[in-house]
Design a protein around this ligand. Structure first.
Ligand SMILES: Nc1ncnc2c1ncn2[C@@H]1O[C@H](COP(=O)(O)OP(=O)(O)O)[C@@H](O)[C@H]1O
Ligand SMILES: [Mg+2]
Length: 378
């Protein structure tokens, strides 16, 4: 082990270039506080909004305060070294200890959400370094970030999902022109539809369309976030989530007790405002489900994790509706490979309700990544 007095040195990477910069800082603050100081030496590594990597200045704020949201700004410039011999980070600034301070990292915990964090990009960089890291690899991260390919892989595994269309032109190229959704497709989807950027999060760029006259503006809004636009039939029903965590030792996925998000009256869907700004939702943890439904959600969550080749953890989000004959209709909405990770986040609360507290959650992930070691050729 590389850290002081034989401790495991964990680089916790946070911030990043996505819209979810601030929530990543808060998640990372919680992760660092939960790592047992007897066993782990923590190295905080911030990524500024413009993509600079820094060892944050002492006193870096990582909580939401009256003063506002946390943000990575200043610090000592560092770089992750691609050469696996280096095993970690080099200080870039001339003068103090260039290339020396952190050349020995044992494991990296990228607590990053969204683009350049949860989408396989940072995972690719970590693969180059040869360092073990927490969470899904390049492929699972990229596939889970992309709502089109998530659905393709889930379909291949026989997992349930709702009707949808990706906007493409006659050649099959991605095309954000609303007229490419022809009449037959409109009829098949019905109204309302949800128009979404294929690769985004936090409900950014999503519109619920209840009249086709609103469709062109909705496509333009989604395309401003991602040129690939996906149109989904609205699934009426309850919103249920389930945490998946690799079991200690075997690494096989275990499912938490599911939770339900209940929107307050007057809140139509879980949009950005409902997620972060308002007191718009209530959470039932665990969800009020029959034993059969509970087992079906947990089984589908584990299978989705495996179908997407996830590693370590995931949060699988569902709609639980009712089919034409009154039977349950479970549909997977999406898979998050690095869900919000504070003690009050759904993922942690679902695991707490299942008997795995926050410190054990973090420990299991770090220990699992160390046990897996480097991941060559993935
Ligand atoms: N097909 C759908 N049917 C019903 N509600 C939907 C559908 N798609 C999205 N929603 C609503 O929009 C929210 C955000 O959509 P989601 O696909 O989860 O995007 P994000 O990746 O930004 O979280 C969901 O939590 C749900 O409230
Ligand atoms: Mg979602």
């Amino acid at each position: 082990m590389s850290g002081q007095a034989g401790k495991v040195r964990v680089a916790v990477v946070f911030g990043g270039r996505s819209e979810e910069h601030a929530i990543s800082c808060v998640s990372a603050g919680s992760v660092m506080a939960a790592l047992d100081p007897e066993r782990y030496e923590v190295v905080p590594v911030g990524i500024a909004r413009d993509g600079r990597w820094v060892l944050p200045d002492p006193g870096q704020q990582l909580t939401i305060t009256d003063g506002g949201l946390p943000e990575v700004t200043g610090g000592t410039a560092v770089s992750l070294v691609g050469d696996p011999e280096a095993r970690g980070l080099a200080v870039l600034e001339a003068g103090a200890a260039v290339g020396r301070v952190l050349t020995e990292v044992d494991v990296v915990f990228p607590v990053l959400h969204g683009a350049f964090g949860e989408d396989g990009t940072v995972q690719g960089l970590l693969e180059m370094t040869g360092l073990p890291y927490v969470g899904s690899g390049v492929f699972a991260s990229a596939a889970s970030m992309d709502k089109e390919f998530t659905k393709k892989l889930l379909a291949a595994a026989g997992l349930p999902q709702g009707p949808h269309v990706v906007l493409r032109d006659a050649h099959g190229a991605v095309c954000a022109d609303p007229t490419v959704l022809d009449e037959a497709a409109r009829e098949r989807l019905g109204l309302p539809v949800f128009v979404k950027p294929a690769r985004a999060g936090s409900s950014i760029g999503i519109t619920k369309v209840t009249d086709w006259a609103q469709f062109p503006a909705a496509v333009a809004e989604a395309a401003a976030v991602d040129p690939k636009v996906i149109v989904e039939a609205a699934i009426p029903g309850r919103e249920v989530e389930c945490g998946v965590l690799a079991a200690r030792g075997s690494g096989l996925p275990e499912a938490s007790l599911p939770a339900e998000i209940r929107l307050r009256p007057g809140v139509d869907w879980y949009d950005f405002a409902a997620k972060y700004l308002d007191d718009a939702a209530e959470f039932d943890i665990p969800a009020d489900l029959s034993a059969d439904r509970m087992a079906a959600v947990q089984d589908a969550a584990r299978r989705a994790y495996l179908a997407l080749d996830c590693r370590g953890l995931a949060r699988v989000d569902f709609f639980l509706g009712t089919g034409p004959d009154g039977e349950d209709r479970l549909v997977i909405n999406e898979v998050n490979t690095m869900p919000g990770f504070t003690p009050i986040s759904m993922f942690a609360r679902m695991w707490a309700a299942t008997g795995v507290d926050f410190a054990e959650l973090v420990d299991r992930l770090v220990a699992g990544a160390l046990a897996d070691g480097a991941r060559p050729g993935r």
